[in-house]
Write a protein that binds this ligand. Structure first.
Ligand code: FE2
Length: 568
């Protein structure tokens, strides 16, 4: 039985299950080449069907990640703002009518749209609650029989936080928090206040910047803006910080009086901006920790599953892993809305159709892969010199090139699911080089100096570096690095002495593991710097994307499966 899951607004994506096992999952942006693609995921659906070797007629169920008719709370919230502040109300009315005609109405016609694009088919179509999809994407992909489930984002239909528990093939909703009380919207509003762009997913820049500042305004934020409101609850005071106004780069006097004017995109980053970032980050972390501890007490569970856009905040996640009192944590790598396509399909299979669980997500490599012959075809007519090497020669050669200071673009296997490149579509470099930030900026991409690079490390060595003995395969947890390493691997350690590792398993990704292992044999260092294979565009998907990006960069070598490539 085939079940297709869909995300059809921001981070559009599709996922396909066969008899409860994931066959394929991909984000539309990788095909359309539009970051955070908004709209129907045509290419992602086409890819999923192709990967499975089926047509739409063979799909039994299609699960959609949103209920477009659930509008009551949004309307009530908009009306409520009328009595708070005219600007708050106006910004909601303008956005609401755009959203309804642009996104919500087309959702009602989704079943006919799919048939128009992929042919007649007799599937059953299901509209599902957004946060239930986030919850299912985490719990049903996790290795846990039972778990507490915490989902947190900007907003779904109206929910911003969901507390749930999972047992076997059931998910039980415990409590919800609704608009306007949203941790995601608070953090996004601060993102724009600091001159970054929430629509480009720039929240991670605030997280990176936070490490440089002092949380000067954290007490103010937690007293006035994100205010505790009983066990497991908080209130967001939107008369201080409002997401809808911040989208249009407008801010209220109430916040400007305390933390000053907002930063414009090209203005210099000043210490006050670092302090605002540190304050927002601390507020997020402490609020989330309080909520997650409440969930632990409520459920008595030892396992925690998380998803939702805010669950991409790896500094917050690291603190939850260390401090919230759970033994185990699973965060689905596509924690953002794209991951809801997976959750929607899993929810139908398990909860709705009552099938038992047998599949566990052990990696994120669910996108397109390409054969050696396909890579060779892409090389034709390109100004490159290529040699073919077997796996053993390739890993020893590339390890040597990296240890000599070269930057290598590494393309192998199936593309990653979720926003992180995890060794199949990555730029790699030597983590020992102190000025690597400068080198990478020169050869690859201009990026803000406050954004740290992350390491991919051998799973076996992770505990000695980060003091965390469990796998962390998706770069979603930040840890303090053990004393003594900071001088050895300066390129992957942030200003506050932390790192955001990917632990690499030999069983799950042997080729990538072997490469890092060869590097360790040469240098004694069991890790590499890994940054995503893209330059101001979505991560590359095909050999053609990889070649074009390589040729337009200063990167020294490109590996396309078993081809080692240099420019001529
Ligand atoms: Fe979401």
């Amino acid at each position: 039985m085939y079940i297709l899951g869909l995300t059809t607004m921001g981070e559009a994506a599709a996922s396909l299950l066969k008899d409860g096992e994931l066959i394929a999952a991909a984000e539309e942006e990788r095909f359309s080449r539009i970051k955070h693609h908004i709209g129907f995921p045509h290419h992602a659906v086409a890819y999923c069907l192709k990967e499975a070797g089926i047509t739409l007629a063979q799909v039994d169920h299609i699960a959609h990640y949103w209920k477009p008719w659930v509008l009551r709370r949004r309307v009530m919230h908009t009306i409520a703002t009328m009595f708070q502040h005219r600007q708050l109300f106006e910004s909601r009315i303008a956005r609401g009518s755009d959203q309804f005609s642009g996104y919500y109405l087309p959702m009602f016609f989704m079943p006919s749209r799919i048939r128009e694009e992929f042919g007649q088919a007799g599937f059953k179509f299901h509209y599902l609650d957004h946060h239930i999809c986030h919850a299912a994407s985490a719990f049903f992909a996790s290795p846990f029989d039972t778990a507490a489930i915490f989902t947190v984002d900007g907003v779904g239909e109206s929910t911003t936080v969901l507390y749930a528990s999972g047992a076997g093939n059931r998910i039980k909703v415990l409590e919800r928090i609704h608009l306007p009380h949203s941790l995601g919207q608070f953090y996004s509003a601060i993102t724009n206040f600091l001159g970054f762009d929430m629509l480009q997913g720039d929240e991670y820049k605030v997280m990176g910047l936070a490490a440089f500042g002092e949380p000067e305004f954290a007490a103010f934020f937690q007293k006035q803006i994100v205010v505790p409101d009983g066990p497991g609850r908080f209130r967001l005071d939107i008369t201080y910080v409002d997401h809808q106004m911040a989208r249009n780069n407008r801010y209220t006097e109430k916040i400007e009086r305390v933390i000053g004017k907002n930063r414009l995109p090209r203005e210099e980053v000043l210490p006050i901006h670092e302090n605002v970032a540190a304050s927002a980050q601390k507020t997020l972390e402490e609020t989330a920790l309080r909520l997650v501890r409440f969930l632990r007490e409520k459920t008595g569970e030892r396992n925690l599953c998380m998803a939702g856009g805010v669950a991409l905040n790896s500094v917050m996640n690291g603190r939850i892993a260390r401090e919230a009192g759970f033994d185990n944590i699973f965060i689905q790598p596509a924690a953002h809305d794209g991951g809801c396509s997976l959750g929607a399909a899993l929810y139908i299979h398990h909860h709705a159709l009552n099938h038992p669980r047998k599949w566990v997500m052990e990696h994120s490599y669910w996108g397109p892969g390409f054969s050696s012959a396909e890579c060779e075809l892409a090389l034709e007519g390109k100004a490159v010199r290529a040699v073919k090497l077997d796996d053993a020669r390739m890993s020893s050669t590339v390890a040597r090139l990296l240890s000599e200071g070269n930057l290598v673009a590494w393309f192998q296997g199936r593309m990653e699911w979720g926003p992180r490149a995890l060794g199949n579509r990555s730029f790699l470099a030597d983590p020992r080089t102190a000025n690597m930030q400068e080198v990478i900026n020169r050869k690859i991409k201009l990026r803000e100096p406050f954004r740290p690079f992350a390491p991919s490390m051998l799973e076996e060595d992770a505990a000695s570096i980060i003091g965390y003995a469990k796998p962390s395969p998706y770069m979603l947890l930040v840890f303090p690095v053990n004393h003594g390493w900071e001088k050895q691997i300066p390129a992957v350690i942030h200003v506050d002495g932390t790192a955001r590792p990917q632990t690499v398993s030999r069983r799950v990704n042997p080729r990538y593991w072997n490469l890092i292992h060869e590097f360790k044999k040469l240098t004694g260092i069991p890790l590499l710097l890994n940054t995503s294979f893209n330059i101001q565009e979505p991560i590359v998907c095909t050999p053609e994307h990889a070649l074009n990006t390589f040729l337009n960069s200063g990167v020294d070598y490109l590996v396309l499966e078993d081809h080692l490539i240099q420019k001529v």
